[in-house]
Design a protein around this ligand. Structure first.
Ligand code: PMT
Length: 411
């Protein structure tokens, strides 16, 4: 199984589940982590097993679930130590007041707390969940303060309706946010000196107040790049046309509608960027004029006159200086020939060329297959990959491009 970048083995992550009603949310957390390509091993306290069964987590993680300190099979190779040693991160979600108290006091009286005690060389991340009064109890707060001071990481609980019927702080953070946090911690911060401007999604060119021209871009490709770049430590501005994609964590999102709006937003963010990646499917045409009122249906056919939109990437190519400029080419024929022409015309450092006539890649799909083409005309073909992994492959090119002779490093 590939890791997040599709290159080495997967990261092993331990997920500790303690006994609170939010234990059921660990199912979603584990399922998402496995989907992201992580090797997940669950550890459950006795109380957690009152809420969900080890079998559930075993099926979802695809690995045996750890429950007993003195289980002979599990302990053949002093499993609680060796598993911690080969893990990259230990997440405890949900973390009860009890487990926080035990870890803060150095108590290791069950398998989970023993493993946390042994986890001195990897990040240990707590996602607390409990009743508001228990959370605000000065003892709990002191324990959290102590643990934070010792380098333990916290994903703060949310405020809202609690399962116990109370209102207040104490609800487990959103499971997807927890997963994003974990993924982000696992990524090397190799792009932390980059300020990356990413565009994504389609544009909509209005004909009248209720009709517009657009294309099938879902935004998945651009959002995957923005998300991966943020996970790798880059400052990311994502300029997005209308999409249903979830905004990635730690990204400045600017929503636009038309090509003209996208151009304005890009030009505003461009001066501060070190790298631009244009994955958006910017409409090449827009109606020459926009009717103020809804155009009435007529029996005769309707002719809409179109004008070309500004070519944003071309404009950036004229003033890029030391910035890296990476474009996409969406083609239905002569993929390499057309992509090479775009590299030259738009003064790009790299183009990511995809054949959008293929249903299983390009627009809307979760995967893509692309060719990378530079100004020297060299073509390298990447395999069929999930867009989240392909995003990392595209980002890997940044360092390669920066190390080219004559290309200055980041400013
Ligand atoms: O969003 P998804 O559903 O995940 O689909 C992904 C994708 C197919 C949209 C993506 O992989 C892709 O190919 N994006 C580029 C689409 C496109 O507009 O290609 P193009 O060959 O028409 O344009 C070439 C480059 O110029 C692109 O980087 C484009 O952003 C840019 N451009 C185009 C027109 C224009 N007016 N201004 C531009 O800057």
């Amino acid at each position: 199984m590939p890791d997040a970048k599709g290159t080495e083995g997967p990261d092993t992550v331990l997920v500790g589940v303690t006994g609170g009603i939010a234990a059921y949310k660990s199912c979603e957390i584990i399922r998402s982590m496995v989907k992201e390509g992580l090797d997940v091993h669950a550890v459950m306290t006795r109380n957690a097993q009152e809420f969900i069964t080890p079998l559930t987590l075993q099926v979802l993680s695809g690995n045996p679930v750890w429950t007993e300190t003195f289980h002979l099979t599990q302990e053949q190779e002093i499993g609680h130590i060796s598993l911690v040693d080969r893990s990259s991160l230990f997440l405890i979600a949900p973390a009860t007041a009890n487990v926080l108290g035990k870890v803060a006091a150095g108590i290791a009286d069950d398998l989970l707390t023993t493993m946390v005690c042994a986890a001195t060389k990897i990040p240990v991340v707590f996602a607390p969940s409990m009743n508001v009064n228990m959370y605000q109890n000065p003892i709990t707060q002191e324990n959290i303060k102590r643990l934070k001071g010792l380098g333990y990481v916290f994903i703060e609980p949310e405020e809202g309706d609690l399962a116990c019927g109370y209102q207040g702080v104490g609800r487990l953070a959103d499971p997807q946010e927890i997963v994003e946090h974990v993924l982000s911690r696992l990524e090397p911060k190799d792009l932390q000196n980059e300020r990356i401007l990413v565009t994504a999604g389609p544009t909509e060119e209005a004909i009248d107040p209720v009709r517009f021209l657009t294309n099938p871009s879902s935004g998945k490709m651009g959002y995957a790049i923005a998300r991966a770049a943020a996970q790798r430590g880059a400052q990311v501005t994502l300029i997005s046309g209308p999409t249903a994609c979830t905004p990635p964590l730690d990204v400045t999102l600017v929503r636009v509608r038309s090509a003209e709006e996208m151009r304005k937003a890009v030009m505003k963010a461009f001066p501060k960027s070190t790298t631009v990646i244009m994955a958006a499917a910017v409409s090449d045409f827009s109606p020459a004029s926009r009717a103020k009122q809804k155009v009435k249906k007529q029996d005769a056919s309707l002719t809409v006159k179109l004008k070309t939109t500004p070519d944003i990437l071309f404009e950036l190519g004229q003033k890029k200086q030391d910035r890296l400029l990476i474009g996409f080419a969406a083609e239905t024929q002569s993929l390499v020939k057309n992509a090479k022409e775009k590299v030259e015309k738009k003064n790009l450092d790299l183009i990511v060329a995809n054949d959008v006539s293929r249903k299983e890649i390009g627009f809307q799909s979760d995967s893509n297959q692309v060719k990378l083409i530079g100004p020297d005309g060299k073509v390298s073909e990447l395999p069929f990959l999930p867009k989240r992994i392909l995003a990392h492959r595209v980002l890997d090119q940044i360092e390669i491009l920066r190390s080219r002779p004559g290309k200055k490093g980041r400013r």
